[in-house]
Design a protein around this ligand. Structure first.
Ligand code: FE
Length: 198
C-alpha cells in the first residue's frame, strides 16, 4: 500500500509558515517579538522608497551615478542604505538600446535595503523560469512591450550578488526637484518589469 503525503504538505504556504514559526517559538529558537519587529521594519521602513532615492540622486548627480554604476553597494551606503541582503548590490543602467530585468531563478534573492521584501510574483516559479527563457514575452504580459531592436539583459540574482535596475529618466523631467523625481520611481521599474512614466 502506498502512503499518501501528509496533509500538512498540501496546506497553503502561509499556514505552513505560521506552523513553522509557532514550532520555532515553542522550542525557544525564535523570539516572536523580534520576528514581528523585523517584519515591521521591512514592511514599513525599508522599501522601494529607498531605491527611488538612489535612482533620483543618480539622475540628478552625474558623479554619483558614475560611482553607483562602478560600485553599487558603497554608493548606496552613501545615502544610508545597507544591511542584510544588500552586502553586494550591482546597479545596471537602462538605456534606449538596452533594457535590464532582474530575476532570481533559484529562489527569491532581492536587494532588501533598497527594495524591501520581494513581491509574490517575483517568487513565483513561472516568473523565475520564464523570465530567463523568454523575457520579452514575460515583460509584454506584465505590461511592458519593448521595441524589437531593444536588447534585453536578464540578471540572475544570487545570495552573492543582487541587482538594482537604474531606469531611464523620462523625457521632459529636466529641472524637477529630486523628491519629485523619486516619487515617480516605482519598485517595478527598479526590477526592470516597468518603465518610469512621465
Ligand atoms: Fe534567490
Amino acid at each position: 500500500m502506498t502512503t499518501s503525503a501528509p496533509n500538512r504538505d498540501r496546506l497553503p504556504p502561509s499556514l505552513r509558515t505560521e506552523a513553522l514559526e509557532q514550532l520555532l517559538v515553542e522550542r525557544g529558537l525564535v523570539d516572536s517579538a523580534v520576528m514581528d519587529k523585523f517584519i515591521a521594519t521591512y514592511e514599513n521602513d525599508v522599501g522601494p522608497l529607498n531605491g527611488a532615492q538612489v535612482v533620483a540622486k543618480a539622475w540628478t548627480d552625474p558623479e554619483y551615478k558614475e560611482r553607483l554604476l562602478a560600485e553599487g553597494t558603497s554608493a548606496i551606503k552613501e545615502l544610508g542604505f545597507g544591511g542584510p541582503q544588500g552586502e553586494h548590490i550591482v546597479v545596471v543602467e537602462n538605456t534606449p538600446d538596452v533594457h535590464h530585468v532582474v530575476v532570481c531563478s533559484l529562489c527569491s534573492c532581492y536587494p532588501w535595503p533598497v527594495l524591501g521584501l520581494p513581491p509574490s510574483w517575483y517568487k513565483d516559479p513561472a516568473y523565475r523560469s520564464r523570465m530567463v527563457r523568454e523575457p520579452r514575452a514575460v515583460l509584454a504580459e506584465m505590461g511592458l512591450t519593448l521595441p524589437a531592436d531593444v536588447e534585453i539583459k536578464v540578471w540572475d540574482s544570487s545570495s552573492e550578488v543582487r541587482y538594482l535596475v537604474l531606469p531611464q529618466r523620462p523625457a521632459g523631467t529636466e529641472g524637477r526637484p529630486v523628491e519629485e523625481l523619486a516619487a515617480m520611481v516605482t519598485r517595478d521599474t527598479m526590477v526592470g518589469v516597468a518603465e518610469v512614466g512621465s
